[in-house]
Design a protein around this ligand. Structure first.
Ligand code: FAD
Length: 565
């Protein structure tokens, strides 16, 4: 019997496990995917390895670096990559989601969850998106933000060429520089992110080799953060602070947390005690052997992410609640790219190229409360080319871009035109648009009534932006194009991504609808939720993970006060 079972070890699960373990509770974490860099699983994609691990000394930096080799397909292929949504055994199919629209759902299984691939941007929510909308105030969240920011830790990102160029364009557009954490007004600033500051050896040209640098503490500015970061002297000091290298080592350090990878929770067990329905355990399936077993706990925390948390609720036949799975937001993203001339870059940056892959992937941002945010995004050539192909509009040659548009080209690039844009990749700057999209209960997760896999009925996912969300997205796309033009871009592309690009999924098990303000389910006592799904809204268009983590710290306190004090 455990004090707490936490299901999922990603953005939220790892944090709550550490917080509860630190307070002396015995915590078992069940994680559906593999564990990279733990010596109990020396070949995590080839055989079942050990059963569980609870010792910091099991983490092995040599193994971690060997597995996170930054090869694009090997790491990121959504079907067969190490960072896919599927079982550790990559010869098996990925786990199926039923999506009836153009979409890409980007979730990663494994210890660390989707933070393994995240770009570690850690802004706080916009206060105006919380105050008067959530059942507690922004001010109440601040101490929890501060705690997580200190522990990850969060810093303002270092500037490389792409950030400098972005700041130049934003300032020429008349935007204010606002290097603050609590954002009330529009302005641009360095990205608050969970990436260690660059190692000083890069800056003072001390002659260290790239290999030596990779074994030192601090960011190498090598870029490609999405492929997984292998840079650091030990697992717990890796530069990009995904939860598998930040909160998981801290959880193990408490001596109270045990983690089982390759363990897919298929049912939440409940009992009626003293005339209330309580969570009493979890039925779990070993993804290598298919064996199922029942595990008991005094409290259960769901942290499976915004799709699997409602799916597990529904597959467990928990009480009917019309809001379970409803209200999905995704920040209705878009992608705007500018191409610059060499001579302009020389006069602004003193160099011929931007080399957008260098540095923190998203090192600068422009916040616009009420609309959302813009972020510089320097991806590898492969990912950049694939993102150029994503468009709701169809191919670029079928579009008539109105002459008053801020961009020159719209749509998906292909053929020789795509090749031409890729030839200019070293002189390109791309901006990700994240929109303050509205919660709409038509959007979300339901169960397919017929189709199931080994883990239960599969989730059906729908997201369509509302008219208001679309209008905000177009305004932000125009703003991004204006920043690029002011920075000197000679041509600008608006990709117009399909609204089904799901990278920031939130709000499918909302506070005030499915869980109370302590994040305990209204209808099932001792069942808590600690992932993006509890967000009341999309935080104003701001990256979601820091808020999930701050809430997880708060929820751990509530669990202890309510059941273990
Ligand atoms: C490319 C990319 C870049 C991103 N960049 C950023 C960024 O810069 N900043 C930011 O704030 N956000 C970013 N995000 C989003 C960020 O990754 C998520 O906000 C965050 O990981 C969500 O945390 P979570 O706990 O809700 O879900 P997850 O991190 O997905 O964790 C859920 C975990 O639960 C496990 N699980 C699911 N179902 C079960 C089950 N039934 N049994 C056992 N285990 C289960 C999963 O395997 C997973 O490990 C990015 C996402 C992507 C894809």
């Amino acid at each position: 019997m455990h004090d707490v079972i936490v299901i999922g070890s990603g953005g939220g699960g790892a944090v709550i496990a550490k917080e509860l373990g630190e307070k002396g509770l015995k915590v078992l974490v069940l994680e559906a995917g593999p564990w990279y860099g733990n010596q109990k699983w020396p070949q995590p994609n080839l055989d079942a390895g050990g059963k569980s691990s609870s010792a910091l000394t099991d983490l092995n930096i040599h193994l971690y670096k060997e597995l996170l080799n930054k090869e694009e397909m090997n790491m990121n292929d959504l079907v067969t990559g190490r960072f896919r949504w599927g079982p550790a055994d990559r010869s098996k199919a990925q786990w199926f989601r039923n999506i009836k629209q153009k979409a890409m759902i980007w979730q990663t299984a494994g210890v660390g969850g989707t933070t393994q691939v995240y770009t570690a941007n850690c802004p706080r929510a916009y206060p105006h998106a919380i105050d008067g909308v959530w059942p507690f105030s922004y001010k109440e969240l601040v101490p929890y933000y501060e705690k997580v920011e200190a522990e990850l830790p969060v810093h303002f990102a270092a500037a490389t060429a792409k950030e400098e160029l972005f700041y130049y364009g934003a300032s020429r557009l008349g935007m204010n520089f606002t290097p603050v954490l609590d954002v009330q007004w529009p302005g641009y600033r360095p990205q608050p992110n969970a990436i260690l500051p660059p190692n000083q050896a890069i800056l003072n040209s001390s002659g260290v080799t790239d290999e030596q640098l990779s074994w030192m503490e601090g960011c190498t500015l090598a870029g490609h953060c999405i492929n997984g970061c292998p840079h650091g002297p030990s697992v717990d000091k890796i530069a990009k602070r995904s939860t598998n290298v930040s909160y998981i080592p801290l959880a193990l350090k408490t001596g109270n947390v045990c983690i089982r990878p390759n363990a897919f929770a298929v049912k939440i067990l409940t009992e009626t005690i003293d005339s209330e329905l309580r969570a009493t355990g979890v039925e779990v399936r070993n993804t290598w052997t298919g064996e199922q077993e029942e595990l008991r706990a005094a409290t259960v925390v769901l942290a499976c992410g915004s799709i699997e948390s409602p799916r597990l609720w529904l597959n467990s036949n928990l009480p009917k609640n019309q809001f379970v799975g409803k209200g999905l937001v995704t920040h209705n993203m878009d992608w705007i790219t500018g191409i610059f001339d060499e001579k302009d870059l020389i006069s602004i940056l003193g160099s011929r190229e931007i080399r957008p892959f260098v540095g923190n992937t998203c090192g600068a941002r422009l916040d616009y409360p009420g609309l959302g945010a813009l972020q510089t995004t320097g991806l590898s050539p492969g990912l950049t080319a694939s993102f150029y192909g994503l468009s709701e509009s169809g191919y670029y040659f079928n579009q008539n871009v109105p002459s008053k548009s801020s961009w020159d080209v719209e749509g998906g690039l292909a053929g020789p035109f795509l090749r031409k844009w890729m030839d200019e990749y070293p002189r390109s700057l791309s901006i990700l648009v994240t929109t303050d999209d509205e919660v709409d209960e038509q959007n979300g997760v339901t169960l397919d009534p017929l189709l199931s896999d080994e883990n239960g009925f599969v989730p059906v996912i729908r997201y369509k932006a509302t008219k208001k969300s679309e209008r905000k997205q177009i305004k932000l796309a125009g703003l991004a194009a204006d920043v690029l033009k002011k920075a000197g871009a000679k041509k600008v592309l608006r990709s117009n991504w399909p609204s089904g690009i799901m990278i920031h999924m939130e709000s499918t098990m909302r506070i005030g609808r499915v869980v109370d303000s302590n994040c305990e389910a209204y209808q099932v006592k001792r069942l808590y939720i600690a992932d993006n799904s509890v967000h009341v809204n999309g935080l104003g268009g701001v990256n979601p993970t820091l808020t999930t983590q701050a809430l997880a710290v708060r929820t751990a306190e509530k669990i202890i006060e309510t059941y273990f004090s």
